[in-house]
Design a protein. Structure first.
Length: 295
């Protein structure tokens, strides 16, 4: 059985899903599959023109809204404009190994977009969420370490180090979010997924030319398609799984294959580190777990 036909999406008619970073790659593949299954999919994108062009390639119900995860004001505007229920939030957008740079709010770009942006977005939308949050991580989390004393990597920036930190942060965020949701007996679940090695535009944007060449070559020789890489996310978004579950490909080294539950590194299972990262993220973004949900 191939990854492509390893499970079927349920009928998603009447359900609303937000997918961040939906203009191409995994995000667009995820959007297309969800819309074909009947969901109304909101493409949350930085570039509205590209988002509208992407939406025109989707067979189903879509909507395009502006969201810049590198700008907390944009994230707040997106959340403030939301009305009605949101069934599933898919935190898919990300940047991978760019040159050293900062978000509008001064965060190291990978930590700021991949983690803090999604942290803020999720908490601001929690009042509307009815089912689950799926955050896309990576096998790169296994080499990650959270620099609690220097999360923006000032004076020690390396692109690969920043990327691994942000992907580890995705899993610690999922772990602590699920703990909080369980604590208030919320039906909403927090899950994570990773695509294995998938052929997406991210690799071609890696700043280091040697790493970029190797990744582009790997895309041709090893990678699975974006559609196959989206399957773990789709599995996490639609199947009956426990909170904090982590889904990835079932093949060798989790590089490709049908979606299945996979393990995370010991660092990504550290509940105390997850709490500490949550507190740091609240301090940096000014966004907190909604108090009214706790009452």
């Amino acid at each position: 059985m191939t990854a492509r036909n390893s499970f079927g999406l349920p009928d998603l008619t009447g359900r609303t899903v937000v997918v961040t970073g939906a203009t191409g790659g995994l995000g667009l593949a995820t959007t297309r599959a969800l819309a074909r299954a009947g969901a109304h999919v909101v493409l949350a994108v930085r570039d509205l023109a590209r988002g509208r062009a992407a939406a025109r390639t989707v067979d189903g119900s879509t909507e395009v809204r502006h969201l810049d995860l590198a700008d907390l004001a944009s994230i707040r505007a997106f959340a403030d404009s939301w009305q009605g229920d949101l069934d599933v939030l898919i935190n898919n957008a990300g940047v991978m190994m760019p040159p050293e740079s900062a978000t509008k709010d001064g965060f190291e770009t990978q930590f700021g977009v991949n983690h803090l942006g999604h942290f803020a977005l999720t908490n601001l939308l929690l009042r509307s969420l009815t089912d689950r949050v799926v955050t896309v991580s990576s096998v790169a989390h296994r080499s990650g370490r959270i620099r609690f004393d220097n999360p923006n990597l000032v004076g020690e920036y390396r692109a690969s180090l920043g990327y691994a930190q942000s992907k580890l942060a995705n899993l610690l965020f999922t772990l602590e979010l699920q703990r909080r949701l369980t604590g208030i007996r919320s039906p909403v679940r927090a899950l994570a997924a990773h695509p294995g090695w998938s052929d997406t535009p991210l690799q071609s944007r890696v700043h280091n030319p040697v790493a970029r060449t190797l990744m582009v070559l790997g895309n041709k020789l090893v990678a699975q398609s974006s559609s196959a890489g989206a399957l773990p996310t789709l599995y996490a978004a639609t199947q009956d799984l426990p909170g904090a579950a982590y889904v990835g490909p079932s093949g060798f080294k989790e590089l490709r294959g049908a979606p299945t539950l996979v393990s995370r590194s010991p660092a990504a299972s550290d509940a105390e580190a997850a709490k500490r990262l949550w507190e740091l993220s609240e301090e940096l973004t000014g966004v907190r777990f909604p108090a009214e949900l706790v009452r």
